[in-house]
Design a protein around this ligand. Structure first.
Ligand code: GDP
Length: 394
């Protein structure tokens, strides 16, 4: 495989920090950095032994102060003032002389390829950095520690040994977590829908635990979709309120209604919210029919009018954002609907689209009697030369 081009990566997170660090790796590292780095002592960078910390300026006398350390001849660290401008200038100048600038995610994957050659591990590392909850991080940590790779390898070995059924079962077991796997990084999208003024925004506030969504007194007040991110029972969730589902002649409000339908269609879970203090209507019935798989919530239970109202309503969760009744029950019900089952500790959970494609591809090959193809596909996944996402066409 060709040596990669000399490249630079920003190792410190974006934003203002005291120090920003850039790593330059590759055969031309010393040469490229030397074009911009001028040691305070006036000596050439190449004359310093490796691992020596050298103070100087980036871009000559008036340039930014930086500290440079050649860890190896082909690996140089540059530490400068924090903030995006200073580090941006360093990367720009390196880019201008042909150095490739790579994101830290891409860099981690490359490290894995040239290091222990385990791309699942590198992918899990990137995903871990984006995990929002401990619960999702724990599952990703299992993958980082080899759960997914091992299971791919086990399935491959089973195929090679002619145990097709066993391999198929392993693949299916992994596939059952694909939805959950996708949401280890990306939050589940839960949309609260219902007529205006039933308390959707108030419910989001109650679930999130702080006032985020705006609460309006005027029914049908036109506004944009409001959303808030939170964790429900440890799963990352984006809750969005909607502008209401009422048919309307008001064009502005109609835009809101159209957007509501769009969000409902792409939601992982829909919550239909009704006002418990109001009689049940045919429109409410229609909503329940249209969104048969939705979680039904009767809000404002503190204002519940005639007891007969209760009988005429469909089963659901009774909540009050005023007294807090039912909020915890709602949280648990939503979590249960989003992840009815949870993988055991150490289970293999595919967490990227490409993992799922690979598993489905192998299953398809097994189903069509192409055992060799399935073995080859699995071998490719765990092979040390496996190409990386985004580099497949290279
Ligand atoms: P949305 O239009 O469905 O988002 O409704 P809002 O959350 O804006 O609430 C509409 C009105 O109902 C506001 O005045 C809230 O304070 C009130 N409200 C919301 N939930 C409850 C509840 O559980 N009990 C009572 N009594 N009032 C509520």
């Amino acid at each position: 495989m060709d040596e990669p081009r000399t490249h630079a990566v920003m190792l410190t997170p974006a934003g203002r920090g005291a120090v920003a660090s850039v790593l330059v790796q590759g055969a031309e590292a010393t040469e490229l950095v030397s074009r911009f780095f001028f040691a305070a002592s006036g000596r050439d960078l190449v004359s310093f032994p490796t691992r020596r910390i050298v103070f100087g300026r980036w871009g000559g006398d008036v340039g930014e102060e930086v500290v440079v350390c050649r860890r190896r001849v082909d690996e140089i660290e540059i530490h400068g003032h924090g903030g995006e401008a200073a580090v941006g200038a360093i990367l720009d100048s390196l880019k201008s002389v042909g150095c490739e600038i790579v994101s830290w995610q891409e860099w981690s994957e490359r490290q894995a390829r040239h290091g222990d050659r385990d791309r699942f591990k590198a992918q899990a590392l990137v995903a871990l950095s984006q995990a929002r909850t401990e619960r999702t991080a724990a599952i990703l940590l299992d993958q980082y520690q080899g759960a997914l790779r091992r299971e791919f390898e086990n399935a491959r070995q089973a195929m090679t040994a002619g145990e097709t059924q066993r391999a198929e079962q392993m693949l299916r077991d992994m596939l059952q977590w694909s939805e959950l796997g996708r949401h280890l990084v990306e939050p589940f999208r839960v949309v609260l829908a219902g007529r205006p003024n039933v308390g959707k925004s108030s419910l989001i506030n109650a679930l999130v635990g702080y006032t985020r969504a705006l609460v309006y007194d005027q029914p049908g007040t036109t506004r944009d979709v409001v959303s808030a991110q939170t964790a429900l029972a440890g799963w990352p969730v984006e809750l969005s309120d909607t502008a209401g589902l009422r048919e309307t002649a008001d064009p502005l409000e109609a835009v809101g209604v159209a957007r509501t339908h769009e969000r409902l269609a792409t939601a992982d879970l829909v919550v239909l919210v009704f006002d418990a203090s109001q009689p049940w209507t045919v429109v409410d019935d229609g909503l329940c029919r249209d969104w048969g798989s939705a979680v039904v919530v009767h809000n404002k239970s503190d204002l519940m009018g005639r007891p007969s109202f209760v009988c005429e309503k469909p089963p659901g969760i009774w909540t009050s954002t005023v007294t807090g009744e039912g909020i915890r029950e709602l949280e648990l019900a939503l979590a249960e609907r989003l992840t009815p089952r949870v993988p055991a500790a150490g289970a293999a959970v595919p967490f990227l689209r490409e993992h799922i494609v690979a598993i489905e591809g192998a299953l398809e090959a097994i189903a069509t009697g192409k055992a060799n193809e399935a073995s080859a596909a699995l071998a490719r996944e765990v092979s040390s030369d496996a190409t990386f996402r985004g580099e497949k066409s290279a």
